[in-house]
Design a protein around this ligand. Structure first.
Ligand SMILES: CC(C)C(=O)/C=C/C(C(=O)O)=C(/O)C(=O)O
Ligand SMILES: [Fe+2]
Length: 298
């Protein structure tokens, strides 16, 4: 642990999409998120008690605008600001109006220079305790994954400076990262690639039948399934990947290893072979994890 702040969880991701109505229909009707509110060209969707788990905005280039993490307390956020400033991440506080739009108490943003992704840290999201899931029992926003050209630098920054811990990795190629002390095997992951890009967003479902039903729902809607169904060896989850209207990859998965804050097992070194990526033997379609940029703006 190097940085003086503690994560609570991955809170939301923000995507730019080429056609808001089309993408809204996809994430609502096919993925099963609930539209909480809209403001002009931006829509806020949720799958949990949090005010948003996915923010969609219409833009010229489809891709990932930011990943937002909730920290445990205002004191964590204040310490994070000072630390990030000292470390040269140039954090900026959101105005009260911007934080209000997101229904969070306070928030800061900064750009991680190695991959160019904007991170948001916030506290005190307005919780809706009586939130009810839609057609799919989505348990939570699970994780977000990037393709990165300079793997060593990005891994060094996330692990060395931003309090992510490696749960498992293929050294120099893939790192599954938990947001300490959050218990889930990974909330974030990076894969080495020829260029920086968005790989996928994951929603964890709480019933294996949700994965099975999704296969038929996606086929009926002619949504490309690009990997799975299968089981990932690293986290042990059963997965299915499919493409959104802009060709960006979305994953459902069921089940994931959890870690205690103290005494966690050390990271395992895995081999980059097909049986690790899917113990059931499916092969990814070439479009898997290829759609979407890491956007220069948040
Ligand atoms: C296909 C990728 C590289 C892979 O192995 C993914 C594993 C997992 C997991 O173990 O859960 C993911 O969720 C993932 O990053 O998609
Ligand atoms: Fe994943």
């Amino acid at each position: 642990m190097t940085a003086p702040f503690r994560y609570r969880r991955l809170s939301y991701v923000a995507l730019d999409v080429s056609d808001l109505e089309q993408s809204l229909g996809f994430y609502r009707d096919l993925v099963g998120l609930t539209v909480d509110r809209r403001d002009g060209d931006t829509a806020y969707l949720r799958c949990s008690e949090l005010p948003q788990n996915l923010v969609l905005r219409e833009g010229d280039t489809p891709g990932l605008a930011r990943a937002a993490f909730e920290l445990e307390s205002q004191a964590d956020l204040d310490r994070a600001y000072t630390y990030l400033d000292d470390e040269g991440f140039a954090p900026e506080w959101l105005t009260a109006e911007e934080a209000g739009e997101l229904k969070v108490g306070a928030a800061l943003r900064f750009r991680e220079p190695g991959c160019g992704l904007h991170f948001e840290f916030h506290v005190e999201p307005e919780l809706q305790d009586d939130f009810e899931a839609g057609h799919t029992a989505i348990a939570r926003l699970g994780h977000v994954v990037l393709n990165v050209a300079d793997f060593a630098t990005v891994e060094g920054s996330l692990v060395g400076k931003l309090n992510f811990l490696i749960s498992d990795h293929v050294p120099g190629k893939i790192a599954f990262l938990r947001a300490f002390p959050n218990k889930y095997h990974h909330s974030f992951a990076i894969l080495t690639g020829p260029s920086d890009g968005y790989n996928h967003v994951n929603f964890m479902v709480s019933d294996i039948d949700d994965v099975g039903r999704a296969i038929n729902r996606m086929k009926k809607a002619e949504v490309p399934i690009v990997f799975g169904p299968g089981r990932h060896e690293p986290s042990g989850s059963i997965f299915l990947y499919f493409l959104d209207p802009d060709g960006m990859t979305t994953e459902y998965s069921f089940g994931m290893e959890e870690f205690e804050e103290e005494g966690a097992r050390p990271p395992r070194e895995l081999e980059a072979k097909p049986e690790v990526l899917d113990t059931w033997g499916s092969i990814p379609d070439p479009r898997f994890g290829k759609g979407g940029a890491i956007l220069a703006h948040a």
